[in-house]
Every structure is written in structure tokens, then in C-alpha cells.
Design a binder for this molecule. Structure first.
Ligand code: UD1
Ligand code: CA
Length: 452
């Protein structure tokens, strides 16, 4: 039996008040719809159909994923009508799983429960809400068996008192869904073709129908405006934080951590407050991240310490390395084991060998730096001549004095020393001393003469 997910994403989402289609708004760094499509894969669906309408091209161009079938719903005539647009591509023997592009936190396990329940007939996903708002209400007979769903706008005051609501998600054998939707009219308060009518029709046909009740309402919450989007962001961040802590990570405060992508941590990693992780980040055992760090698409080796307010982007950090506070590692940075990068040091497309140090106020770009190199405060690799970028090479054990400019392309040989304040424009031979300074002059008594 194959499973076909049909994801509804044609609505405009007016209440977002945005040029961006609702399902493209980001939750934990990824579009809402992307979350839904990935959860569907994790639930084991064989095919994914996405019904698009408003700004459909933009949605299609933004979402990533293989073999997604895009279906256009030209006019938004209701959820039943939306599902109908995708059904021609679904075989009768399949089971259909209807998902919403704006309900992003449904777990794959919950989708599985719904699919299992749909083995013989339609199965809906409901939940209980203190304040059921304008959701569709689940109608049950006194014995608890399902009767159908009534939309809020069509409901009587008594029906509006019902607290079990329709989340909108549903699973159903394709043949039954097709048959019911073909017979479904739009004679209701909104003049729409309601997907929800399928439940009542199946009951009337004497088919077995069932409900799966989600006990965590936040899992099935939808996004209609930015207030709800922000609320779900917190829910998802909390989920991610808890997964990390259960995996052996210490978080100074699980409420002050944001993961926008995937963060993979080994045991005994410590993360202080207000850190943001983007893209794919891997942190090895025992490493620690100070407060206010932003780390994107990077790897951090075992036992390394990233101090407060550092920013890492596409950087690879070895083991036992110390970074920051206030360090900026830009794409292409590779820090060897036990190296040190201190405050106000910017590194780009450069490798720092084992045990090398750049502790203060430097710019190291397009450079190859060997092992055991000391880079003094205020060192600058002048890598750009206004047209091209050039490389600086500093070999093992070299010592670069403070306030040095290295005008690339240039090489400082192994063990060489560059005196403080030197502008290096020619290669420095190994084991030599390079300086470029005017002799210091002294005028005795000058200062008191000036004052008098
Ligand atoms: C629907 C359910 C309601 C349920 C609620 C949960 C129906 C008739 N009602 O309400 O019982 O409590 O969801 O949120 O199904 N969409 C399309 N094309 C359309 C109409 C909608 O793609 O023609 C998409 C929307 O973009 C959205 C989803 O379907 O992602 C739900 O539509 P929405 O209008 O929010 O749902 P309601 O009709 O209010
Ligand atoms: Ca809605």
C-alpha cells in the first residue's frame, strides 16, 4: 500500500500581512512548508503532492526536496476542492494523508498513528482546546462514536460549546476520499467545498471512521499571523533544547538558545545563553560555547572553548582550541589543534597550524600559517590590491611582531622573526630577522621648552 501526502498550501495567509506567501515564512530557519514536507518523509510517505495557489511559483522555487508534485489550485474554493486538485495523480489503492502547509510541528509519529487508523476508513486528527475559537468542532454520538465535523460558521451555539476540535489533518483510503469529494457540495455558510464533509458522508455510508486525538495541542497548532508564528518558534526551540539536554548537553538556559538548522552535539558540550546556531553545526565532546555566539555551518573539535560574543561562519575548529571573546571566523577558516584566536581577530580563508596564536586585533585573510607561529597584536595580511586577492604564507615557528603588515603575496620562512611595526613587502628567509624602522631620535629637554 502506498501513502500519498497531499499538502494544502494554496491560501494567501492575509493575516501575516506580508509579501511573502505564508508557507514560506521561516520557523527555526526553514520555511513552514519545508517542515511539513520533511516530517512527511520521516513518516514514510511514498509521494508528496503540494497544492499551491497564491505566489505558487515562489513557493515552488523556494522549497527543496526531491520528486515533489506541484498542483495548482487556481481559485481557493475550499479544502475539499484543494484536495480534489491533487487526487487525479493518486491511485485508488493508496492511502492519502492530508497535511496543511501552515501546520508545521506535527510529528512523524502522529502522522503514523493517523495512517494506521486510516487502514479501513477516514481518520481525522483532533485535539481538545480550552478556547476552541473558530476551529471546526468534532460531533460525537452519546456513545462517543464520531458523527462528523461542523465548521464554526455553520455551528449552532450548542455545537460551538464543544471543545474537541478538528486539526484539519486527515488520512483516508484514496478511493473513499475520491468518492466522497465527488459528491461533496458547497451549500454552507462559506460557499466552500469542505474536506471535513468527508467524515459525515462516510458515517452516512456506514463506513468505519475514527479519530486520533493529539494530546499536545501545540503540535497541531497552525500559523495564521506572526504572533502564532513566534509562539510556534518557541515551541520548536524548546523541543530542540530538550533533545540536546537529553543527549548530554548542558544548556545554561534552554529558553535562550536558537537553532535554525541542525545542531549535532557530543556529550558534555556546554552552551551558555543567547547563542544562535544556523545551518549545520557539529560540536565535539567537551567543547564549550560562551554567551552570545553566532555559529553557522561550522565544526568545533573536542574540548575547544569558544568565548563570548564570537561569530563563526563555515569554520573548522580543531581540538583544544581557544577562540574569542569577540573573534570572527569567516568562511574557509581552519584552526589547528591547540591554536588560539583572541579578541577582535578576524580570520578568512586561512589555516592556522597546530599551537599557533593570533591573540589580539588582527586580520588574517587568504593565509597559510604553519605550526607554532605567533602573530602579534595588530597584524594585518594585506591580501587585496584592489583587483586581486593574494596569499600570505607564514611557515612553522615564525614570530610576527605587533603592528606588522604583510603585503601579499609574501612568505615568511620557518623560524623567522619580523620586528614590530614592519611592513613586509618581500619574502623573509627562514631563520632571519626582518625589520623596517627609522632610527629613534631623541631631543633632550624638548618637552619643558615647549611648555614655557
Ligand atoms: C479548516 C477546517 C477546520 C479546521 C481548521 C484547522 C475545513 C472546511 N475546515 O478550516 O475544520 O478546524 O482547518 O485549521 O476544512 N487551503 C487551500 N485551498 C483552499 C482552502 C484552503 O489550499 O481552497 C489551505 C490553506 O492554505 C490552509 C489550509 O488549507 O493551509 C486550511 O485552510 P484554512 O482556510 O486555514 O482552514 P479553515 O477552512 O479555516
Ligand atoms: Ca486556518
Amino acid at each position: 500500500m502506498s501513502i500519498h501526502a497531499i499538502v494544502l498550501a494554496a491560501g494567501q495567509g492575509t493575516r501575516m500581512r506580508s509579501r511573502l506567501p505564508k508557507v514560506l515564512h521561516l520557523l527555526a530557519g526553514r520555511p513552514l512548508l519545508q517542515h511539513v514536507l520533511e516530517a512527511a518523509v520521516a513518516a514514510g510517505v511514498d509521494a508528496r503532492h503540494v497544492v499551491i495557489g497564491h505566489a505558487g511559483d515562489q513557493v515552488r522555487d523556494t522549497i527543496v526536496g526531491e520528486s515533489i508534485q506541484w498542483v495548482e489550485q487556481r481559485q481557493q474554493l475550499g479544502t475539499g476542492h484543494a484536495v480534489m486538485q491533487a487526487l487525479p495523480a493518486v491511485p485508488d489503492e493508496a492511502t492519502v494523508l492530508v497535511l496543511y502547509g501552515d501546520v508545521p510541528l506535527v510529528r512523524p509519529e502522529t502522522m503514523r498513528l493517523l495512517l494506521d487508523a486510516a487502514a479501513r476508513g477516514p481518520a481525522l486528527l483532533s485535539t481538545f482546546l480550552q478556547d476552541p475559537g473558530a476551529y471546526g468542532r468534532i460531533m460525537r454520538a452519546p456513545d462517543g462514536s464520531l458523527l462528523g465535523i461542523v465548521e464554526y460558521k455553520d455551528a449552532t451555539p450548542e455545537q460551538r460549546d464543544i471543545r474537541e476540535i478538528n486539526t484539519g489533518l486527515l488520512a483516508c483510503p484514496a478511493a473513499i476520499l475520491r468518492d466522497c469529494l465527488n459528491r461533496c457540495g458547497n451549500d454552507n455558510a462559506q460557499g466552500e467545498y469542505y474536506l471535513t464533509d468527508v467524515i459525515g458522508m462516510a458515517v452516512a455510508d456506514g463506513l468505519p471512521v475514527s479519530a486520533v486525538i493529539a494530546d499536545d495541542a501545540s503540535e497541531v497548532a497552525g500559523v495564521n499571523d506572526r504572533v502564532q508564528l513566534a509562539a510556534l518558534e518557541r515551541v520548536l526551540q524548546r523541543r530542540q533544547s530538550e533533545d540536546l539536554m537529553r543527549g548530554g548537553v548542558t544548556l545554561a538556559d534552554p529558553a535562550r538558545l536558537d537553532i535554525r538548522g541542525s545542531l549535532c552535539c557530543a556529550a558534555d558540550v556546554r552552551i551558555d545563553i543567547n547563542c544562535v546556531f544556523e545551518g549545520r553545526v557539529r560540536i565535539a565532546e567537551g567543547a564549550s560555547i560562551g554567551p552570545n555566539c553566532v555559529i553557522r555551518d561550522s565544526e568545533i573539535g573536542p574540548g575547544s572553548v569558544i568565548e563570548a560574543n564570537s561569530m563563526l561562519d563555515k569554520a573548522v575548529v580543531g581540538s583544544g582550541v581557544q577562540v574569542g571573546p569577540f573573534a570572527r571566523l569567516r568562511p574557509g577558516t581552519e584552526l589547528g589543534d591547540k591554536s588560539k584566536v583572541g579578541n577582535f581577530v578576524e580570520i578568512k580563508k586561512a589555516r592556522l597550524g597546530e599551537g599557533s596564536k593570533a591573540n589580539h586585533l588582527s586580520y588574517i585573510g587568504d593565509a597559510l600559517i604553519g605550526a607554532g607561529v605567533n602573530i602579534g597584536a595588530g597584524t594585518i595580511t594585506c591580501n587585496y590590491d584592489g583587483v586581486h586577492k593574494h596569499q600570505t604564507i607564514i611557515e612553522d615557528g615564525a614570530f610576527i611582531g605587533s603592528d606588522t603588515q604583510l603585503v601579499a603575496p609574501v612568505t615568511v620562512g620557518a623560524g623567522a622573526v619580523v620586528g614590530a611595526g614592519t611592513t613586509v613587502t618581500r619574502d623573509v628567509s627562514p631563520d632571519s630577522l626582518a625589520t623596517r624602522r627609522a632610527r629613534q631620535r631623541e631631543v633632550a629637554g624638548w618637552s619643558s621648552r615647549r611648555r614655557s
